[in-house]
Design a protein around this ligand. Structure first.
Ligand code: HEM
Ligand code: CU
Length: 604
C-alpha cells in the first residue's frame, strides 16, 4: 500500500488552528486553501462576465457595422473617449476588445476558475489533506494573479487603451503598435505566469505528499488526477513564455530585437532597430505554452464532469484506469503538437507532417476519455439535476469541438481553414459550451459544500436550457461562415469582402449575403446568452442567504470532500480520515445505501 506522510488531523490540532486571526487574515490575506479557492473563483467569475461583455460590444459591431452600440455606447464614449466616438466602436477599439476578450477569457477567467478556483477548494478536501502543502505560496499565487488582473484591467484606461495585438501577441505586430497597451499586457502576463507557477508546484507537492492514509494513486478521484496533470502542464509550459514575454517587453521598451527581423518596415519606413531577431521564435515560444494551455482549460473541466457523472448515474465511472492513463498520455503528448498552429508559416512539409501526426495521436486519448464518460451513462438511473444537465451537455459539445479540430490538424485542410471563423467555432465549442458548461456544473455541484445551501434548481434549469440553446445558435453558424472563407478578427464582420466580383466571369466570389447575414443571428443569440446569465447571477447571490439548507453530503456522494462539516472549518476534517476504497463505490451489491463513502471500511 502507498505510504503517505501526512498524519490525520486531530480534534486538538483543529482547535489549535482556530486562533483568532481577525478579519483581514481570515478572509483577505488568508492562507486557507478554501478561502483562496473562493477568492480565485469570485475574481475569475467577475472577469468571465467582463470578457463576455467585451465580446457583446464586438458582436454588435460585427452585425451592425458603424452603428452606435445600444445602451452602453454613450457610456463607452464617456469613459474611453475618441475610440468610441458617438458610441460607435472604432477599429482600434475593436482590436483592443478582441485582444482583451481572448486574454481575459483564457488567463483571467477560465484557467484561474478551473484550475485555481476549483483546484484549491476541492483538491485538498478530496485527498483528505488539511490544507495545501505551502499555504503562504498559495496566498502569494493569488495575490500575484490579482495584481496581474489589476494591471490588465487598468490598461483599458491609459491613453491609447489596452493591448491590440490579439491574445497571441505576435511579433512584430505587438511591439510596433505605437500605444502602451502591450507593455501593460506583458507586465500583466509576467505576473499571471508567476502566479500559475507558484500554484502548480503547490498542487504537485500537495497531491504527492498530503494524501490521507489509504488514498493510493488509483483511489484518487478523477478530478484530482486531472488537476495533477494540469499542474505539470503549467509548470513545464509556462516558463518559456515567461522568458519570451520578458524578451518581448525588452523589444517594446528598450528597443532590443529578439523577435524583430532586419529590414522591418513600419508605416512605410525602415524601423529603427538593430534587427536580426526572429518573429517565428515568438510563435514557437507562444504556442509551446498555448497548446498545453488548451489542455489546462479542458482537463479540469473533464475532471469535474467525471465527478458529477459518477455521482448522478449512481455508478462508478466506466474505465477509471483508462481515464487516468488517457489524461497522463495527454500530459506528455501535449508538449509535441504546438506547431499545428503554424502550418502556414512556411516551416516545411516534413515538420508539418510531424506535427500533423502527433496531433492525430493526441486525439486518441481524448476520444477514449469521451467514450468512457459516455459509456458511464449506460444503464445508470440518472438524476437530472442542474449540475448533471451541464455535465451531460458538456459531452456532445466537447465532442463537437474535438471532432471539428481534426480538419485543422491536417496541414492541407488547414490551408483553407486557418484563421477563419471555422477556427473560432471549433475552439469555442471546446472552451465555451465545453469548458464553461463544466465549470457551471462544478459551481452548482460544490456550491452547497462551500456555503451550506443549495442553489435554486428551477432557475438553474432555466439557466441551463437557455444557455444551451444560445451557445449553439452562436457558434454553429460560425462553422459555415468559416468554411465560406470568412476571416477572423475582421472589424466589420466581413462586409468589406462581401459580394466581390470575379473580374473575368463577373460572378460573386466574395462572401455571399447569406453568410454575412448570419452575423445578425449570431449577435442576437449572444444577447440571449447574456440574458440567460441573469438567473445564474441572481441565484448565485440569493442562494447564499436564502437557498435551501443542506446537510454535509447533499448529493449522497462517496468522495472525501463530503465527509467534512459544511462548510468545512479551518483544518477541514473533524475526524480522522482513512481511505478504504476507490472513489466511486456507488450501488454496491449488498451495501446499505446506494453509495459507500471512501472512508467506509470493508465489512465481511
Ligand atoms: C459565449 C461566450 C463567447 C462568445 C460569444 C465569444 C465570441 C468570440 C468571437 C466572435 C471571437 C472572434 C472575434 C474576431 O475574430 O474578431 C472570439 C475570439 C476569441 N475568444 Fe471568444 N467568445 C466567447 C467565450 C470565450 C471563452 C470562454 C474563451 C476562452 C476560454 C474565449 C476565447 C477567445 C479567444 C482566445 C479568441 C481569439 C482572440 C484573438 O483573436 O486574439 N472566448 N470570441
Ligand atoms: Cu494546439
Amino acid at each position: 500500500m502507498q505510504h503517505t506522510t501526512q498524519t490525520a488531523p486531530h480534534e486538538t490540532s483543529h482547535e489549535h488552528h482556530h486562533e483568532d486571526l481577525g478579519f483581514w487574515r481570515t478572509y483577505v490575506f488568508s492562507t486557507d486553501h478554501k478561502i483562496i479557492g473562493i477568492q480565485y473563483a469570485v475574481t475569475s467569475l467577475a472577469f468571465l462576465f467582463f470578457g463576455f461583455c467585451l465580446m457583446l460590444a464586438m458582436r454588435w459591431q460585427i452585425a451592425y457595422p458603424g452603428q452606435e452600440i445600444p445602451v452602453v455606447g454613450k457610456m463607452l464614449e464617456a469613459i474611453l473617449g475618441d475610440t468610441a466616438k458617438g458610441g460607435i466602436m472604432s477599429p482600434d477599439l475593436y482590436n483592443v476588445f478582441g485582444a482583451m476578450h481572448g486574454t481575459i477569457m483564457v488567463f483571467l477567467a477560465v484557467v484561474p476558475l478551473a484550475f485555481a478556483g476549483f483546484g484549491n477548494y476541492v483538491v485538498p478536501l478530496q485527498i483528505g489533506a488539511i490544507d495545501m502543502a505551502f499555504p503562504r505560496i498559495n496566498m502569494a499565487s493569488y495575490w500575484s494573479f490579482f495584481l496581474g488582473c489589476v494591471i490588465m484591467f487598468f490598461s483599458f484606461f491609459i491613453p491609447g487603451g489596452a493591448a491590440q495585438g490579439g491574445w497571441t501577441s505576435y511579433s512584430p505586430l505587438a511591439t510596433t503598435i505605437p500605444t502602451d497597451g502591450q507593455t501593460y499586457w506583458l507586465i500583466g502576463m509576467v505576473l499571471l505566469i508567476t502566479s500559475s507557477l507558484l500554484g502548480s508546484v503547490n498542487f504537485i507537492a500537495t497531491i504527492i505528499q498530503l494524501r490521507a492514509p489509504g488514498m493510493t494513486w488509483m483511489r484518487m478521484p478523477f478530478f484530482v488526477w486531472a488537476q495533477f496533470v494540469t499542474a505539470f502542464l503549467l509548470l513545464l509550459a509556462f516558463p518559456p513564455l515567461e522568458a519570451a514575454g520578458i524578451m518581448q517587453l525588452m523589444d517594446k521598451v528598450f528597443h532590443t530585437s529578439f523577435f524583430l527581423p532586419t529590414g522591418l518596415m513600419v508605416g512605410g519606413q525602415v524601423a529603427d532597430i538593430s534587427g536580426g531577431g526572429s518573429p517565428l521564435l515568438w510563435q514557437h515560444l507562444f504556442w509551446f505554452l498555448a497548446h498545453p494551455e488548451v489542455y489546462v482549460l479542458i482537463l479540469p473541466a473533464i475532471g469535474i464532469v467525471g465527478e458529477i457523472v459518477a455521482n448522478n448515474t449512481r455508478k462508478s465511472i466506466w474505465g477509471y484506469r483508462s481515464l487516468v492513463y488517457s489524461v497522463l498520455a495527454i500530459g506528455f503528448i501535449a508538449f509535441i503538437v504546438w506547431a499545428h498552429h503554424m502550418y502556414l508559416t512556411g516551416m516545411g512539409t516534413k515538420i508539418s507532417a510531424f506535427f500533423q501526426t502527433t496531433t492525430m495521436i493526441i486525439s486518441i486519448p481524448s476520444v477514449i476519455i469521451l467514450t468512457c464518460l459516455f459509456i458511464s451513462l449506460w444503464g445508470g438511473s440518472i438524476r437530472f439535476n442542474t449540475p448533471m444537465l451541464f455535465a451531460l451537455a458538456f459531452l456532445p459539445m466537447f465532442g463537437l469541438g474535438g471532432l471539428t479540430g481534426l480538419p485543422l490538424g491536417f496541414s492541407f485542410a488547414d490551408l483553407h481553414l486557418h484563421d477563419t471563423y471555422y477556427v473560432i467555432a471549433h475552439f469555442h465549442y471546446i472552451v465555451a459550451p465545453g469548458t464553461i458548461f463544466a465549470l457551471f456544473a462544478g459551481v452548482y455541484y460544490w456550491y452547497p459544500k462551500a456555503t451550506g445551501r443549495k442553489m435554486n434548481e428551477f432557475w438553474g434549469k432555466v439557466h441551463f436550457w437557455v444557455s444551451f440553446i444560445a451557445m449553439n445558435l452562436i457558434f454553429q453558424p460560425m462553422f459555415a461562415q468559416g468554411m465560406a472563407g470568412m476571416h477572423r478578427r475582421m472589424y466589420d464582420g466581413g462586409a468589406t469582402y462581401a459580394g466581390v466580383l470575379d473580374p473575368e466571369s463577373g460572378e460573386v466570389v466574395g462572401l455571399n449575403s447569406f453568410i454575412i447575414s448570419l452575423n445578425k443571428g449570431i449577435t442576437h443569440a449572444a444577447f440571449l446568452m447574456a440574458v440567460a446569465q441573469l438567473p445564474f447571477i441572481i441565484n448565485f447571490f440569493y442562494s447564499m442567504f436564502k437557498g435551501e439548507k443542506v446537510d454535509d453530503n447533499p448529493w449522497k456522494a462517496t468522495t472525501l470532500e463530503w465527509q467534512t462539516p459544511t462548510p468545512p472549518p479551518h483544518g477541514n476534517f473533524t475526524k480522522e480520515i482513512v481511505v478504504y476504497r476507490g472513489p466511486y463505490d456507488y450501488s454496491l451489491p449488498g451495501a446499505k445505501d446506494d453509495y459507500t463513502p471512501q472512508t467506509e471500511p470493508n465489512h465481511k
